[in-house]
Design a protein around this ligand. Structure first.
Ligand code: ITT
Length: 191
């Protein structure tokens, strides 16, 4: 089955690939001729996930899925949430985002946070959504050089290492994205 992963985020692609290959023929956006940014303007994670998949399905007429994810920090009213990628501005810089988050949380004891991923699959014109959540907390300084985004400051509940200190395989055993993708794979396998 040819299935396009509608993302311009190479890290997401690398995390998701092991779940789908070689059983499914996973295509990148560039493989289907898409070289542009995808629209993300709905204001919600579920909405943006559907919007990105919609864009690719309508323009390139291919079965596809999109992942929209965000970091929700309890004490910050669940921000950055849907704005996670551009929390510190339109430059969409991971280090700037982390710096702003740590500044906003300076002196705050309640560090509870969670990652959320919502995947939207469009298969033969039908829509399906899958959600994954990873609970944890925000450290006061960065640890580790792996992963991407907020991984260096995110400590999963029950673990001693941040997501950035884990290998891709370790992150894929527990992550929000892995949980959503596993549901996607189970659905596709049963379909
Ligand atoms: P696409 O829309 O092209 O898929 P993107 O990076 O813009 O790529 P999102 O809109 O879902 O993806 O942005 C989510 C942001 O949340 C992302 O840029 C990171 O800053 C952060 N994020 C998402 N998943 C993450 C993860 O597993 N670890 C750390 N940060 C993550």
């Amino acid at each position: 089955m040819r299935l396009c992963f509608a993302t311009n985020n190479q890290h997401k692609f690398e995390e998701v690939k092991p779940f789908l290959s070689p059983k499914f023929n996973l295509l990148k956006l560039t493989d289907v001729g898409c070289h542009e940014e995808l629209p993300e303007t709905t204001g919600t994670i579920a909405g943006n996930s559907k919007q990105k998949a919609d864009y690719v399905f309508n323009k390139f007429k291919i079965d596809c899925f999109a992942d929209d994810s965000g970091l929700e920090v309890f004490v910050l009213n669940n921000s950055p949430g849907v704005d996670s990628a551009h929390y510190a501005g339109a430059q969409r810089n991971h280090q700037d985002n982390i710096n702003l988050l740590l500044n906003n949380m300076e002196g705050i004891d309640d560090r509870k946070a969670r990652f959320v991923t919502i995947i939207t699959l469009i298969l033969s014109g039908k829509y399906f959504q899958f959600e994954g959540v990873l609970e944890g907390s925000i450290l006061s300084e960065q640890k580790g050089a792996g992963g991407f985004g907020y991984d260096p400051v995110f400590l999963p509940q029950g673990y001693l290492n941040t997501l950035a200190e884990m290998t891709l395989e370790e992150k894929n055993r527990i992550s929000h994205r892995a949980k959503a993708v596993q549901q996607l794979v189970d659905f596709l396998t049963a379909a």
